[in-house]
Design a protein around this ligand. Structure first.
Ligand SMILES: [Zn+2]
Length: 76
């Protein structure tokens, strides 16, 4: 009986470990929200002008604001 419980615990630890590894490799949206200061290429940013969401790698930064395109960035 004790051995079965021990095996069960080991399986649960293994499952948890696998799941944790996967979630840490793929940065989930929850992680991005918690790390607002760390902007990576996967982070979605809202265009200041038209509110369209673009990934950080495609976003245009002008005067500390994010824009979806050069068109939005140039218009005031
Ligand atoms: Zn825009």
């Amino acid at each position: 009986m004790l051995f079965k419980i021990l095996v069960l615990i080991l399986v649960l630890i293994a499952v948890y470990y696998i799941f944790f590894n996967k979630s840490s490799k793929k940065k989930s949206k929850k992680v991005d929200k918690n790390k607002k200061k760390e902007i990576n290429s996967e982070t979605m940013l809202a265009c200041t002008k038209c509110n369209v969401y673009v990934s950080a790698k495609d976003a245009i930064i002008k005067d500390g604001k994010y824009y979806c395109s050069e068109e939005c960035a140039s218009k005031d």
